[in-house]
Design a protein around this ligand. Structure first.
Ligand SMILES: [Zn+2]
Ligand SMILES: [Zn+2]
Length: 249
């Protein structure tokens, strides 16, 4: 066996919600929880407006929220804490493959996590085109929960993962391993494909509370099933490396 990834290799989390959308923690509370885990960074990625049920943010609310994240970074710096909050959003991929924010808004985000939350019953070719079109926008950093499965509740949607993986490599997009126990999406087989294609995986908790950050445990074990090593995972990077990898274009 190669030296498989361990929980201690993880330097931060790139998918987390706050009370601004459907999370239960404030920005400050999520930051403290990340500090308690010894993280260098935490991306705050609340929902975009299409997800009404999760109180997704419109452009105006998002910009206010980003200002609050910046303020919290100042507070952290002033108190000598090492955590850096990353300004992000979880942006919906619409049915036609467009993104739920216009480019000038996406440009203001340091980490764009894109995902499908609707129209799961599309046939395979259409769903693949939908996601490929989002990937080719040049505006996405991470494709979140790429098959949409909820174990025991919802089957994965039909999608050509080989095509998606090739496009992700081409476009410099990272693929999420969502650590929610119901999701574990990508699964071990898709993660092996990502490794073979040279696409880094982002092992992200998609936390909706401070406690959810500990779900990283489930992601690490799924990654180990795919024989992922530290070098195959985006968020084993230091903050400086990460910010370079998140630069678009
Ligand atoms: Zn999501
Ligand atoms: Zn999410």
């Amino acid at each position: 066996l190669p030296k498989l990834i361990e929980i201690g290799d993880i330097k931060g989390d790139l998918h987390a919600h706050t009370i601004a959308s459907d999370g239960s923690g404030t920005i400050a509370e999520m930051a403290e929880a990340a500090i308690a885990r010894g993280y260098e960074y935490l991306a705050i990625t609340d929902h975009s407006k299409a997800v009404g049920i999760a109180r997704g943010l419109d452009e105006k609310k998002l910009l206010k929220h980003l200002a609050k994240i910046e303020e919290q970074n100042e507070v952290l710096k002033d108190s000598g804490k090492k955590l850096r909050l990353i300004k992000g959003a979880e942006v919906d991929i619409m049915a036609d493959g467009s993104l739920d924010y216009p480019p000038e808004i996406l440009d203001q985000l340091e980490c764009v996590v894109a995902s499908v939350h609707s129209g799961f019953d599309m046939e395979r070719a259409r769903m693949t085109d939908r996601v490929l079109s989002a990937l080719s926008s040049g505006q996405i950093n991470i494709l979140a929960h790429p098959t949409g499965r909820l174990i025991g509740i919802r089957e994965p949607y039909e999608i050509d993962m080989e095509k998606v993986m090739a496009a992700a490599r081409e476009e410099g997009v990272f693929m999420e391993l969502n650590c929610y126990p119901e999701r574990l999406d990508l699964n071990d087989i898709h993660l092996t494909l990502a490794k073979e294609e040279g696409v880094l995986a982002a092992i992200s908790t998609d936390s909706h509370s401070t406690r959810n950050l500990s779900n990283i445990f489930y992601g690490i074990h799924t990654a180990r099933r795919a024989w992922l090593e530290k070098k195959h995972v985006l968020n084993t990077s230091t903050l400086a490396e990460l910010m370079r990898l998140l630069k678009k274009g």
